[in-house]
Design a protein. Structure first.
Length: 199
């Protein structure tokens, strides 16, 4: 893929490897639909496909130092996506059966109590709160009922006297608005972290 200001994949990957979040945003924008489509075709679930999408790009960021050395990035990304899909499906099955779930990537991404991490998380939460506050009144109600109170879509629909499809649309629009707001204020990587927490 070509990127604005970065004319070759090599330059893009080198920039990402150096920690350039703008370059990472370009990569995310260029490949997110491909990853989501693969995940959705296998899982048949919008939520699982979204979760896989975020997990895959978290891994890309974590492994960014390797990017300049990957010869066939699309094939590599497909493999990472496929593996993440099967791992997600396995975790779903383990959760349903009550088995313990372990994932070294999740351990790697687990929270710590380092003061710097706590401050960053506090900033993320403040931006997330601001993002929610800028939603329309109906989107905000749907978001609070489903994401904060844990209601199912049908339960939220009954509480708001709306159809489940209308609730689904409001929630999708709310999540997109939150993602856009967080990405603008914190960068794509931070936005991915926040949205992953909401899934």
């Amino acid at each position: 893929m070509s990127a604005h200001g970065l004319h070759t994949d090599t330059e893009l990957f080198q920039a990402i490897a150096a920690g350039n979040e703008k370059a990472f945003e370009q990569l995310f924008s260029g490949y997110r639909n491909k990853v989501y489509t693969i995940a959705f075709k296998i899982t048949g679930s919008q939520q699982l496909a979204e979760e896989v999408l975020l997990d895959v790009f978290l891994k890309v960021w974590i492994k960014r130092a390797q990017l300049p050395h990957i010869e066939h990035f699309t094939a590599w990304l497909f493999t990472v996506t496929r593996n993440r899909v099967f791992k997600t499906l396995k975790q779903q099955a383990q959760h349903a059966s009550g088995e313990a779930i372990t994932d070294e990537d999740d351990i790697l991404l687990s929270h710590t109590h380092h003061p710097g991490v706590v401050l960053v998380e506090k900033e993320y939460r403040q931006v997330l709160h601001a993002a929610v506050e800028q939603l329309s009144p109906q989107q905000k109600k749907v978001y609070h009922l489903i994401k904060e109170n844990g209601l199912k879509r049908e339960e939220a629909a009954a509480a708001l006297n709306l159809s489940p499809e209308t609730v689904k649309r409001h929630l999708a629009e709310a999540m997109q608005a939150i993602r856009n707001y967080c990405s603008y204020h914190l960068g794509t990587y931070a936005a991915i972290l926040i949205i992953k927490e909401l899934l």
